[in-house]
Design a protein. Sequence first.
Length: 115
Amino acid sequence: MGGSSGASLHAKTFAVDRQRVFVGSFNLDPRSAKLNTESGVVLESAVLASRLSDGFITEIPQNAYEVQLGEGGEGLVWIDRDGTSEVRYTTAPRSTLIRRVWSGILGWLPIEWLL
């Protein structure tokens, strides 16, 4: 019920100052910092870092939702762009009612230290 049938291995990749690239498994959360054995590599490559940064500026907005705080700082808004139009959602896109209810229930539990 709470798992993902499409689970796969994935990397966290980001550029720093258009000079360095990090590729690894580390999540920016307490669990990764304290409990897991995470790894990563830093590449000193201005060319690669610039290409990665440019890709995020040009490609990611067309292939991912932008999440913002709603008006007055209430709730979240997911923004979907396709290059010519913009659609705003006030509930998680492509999520079912059951998944949203399950997420809400989990949000009440004192388990943040596990995340």
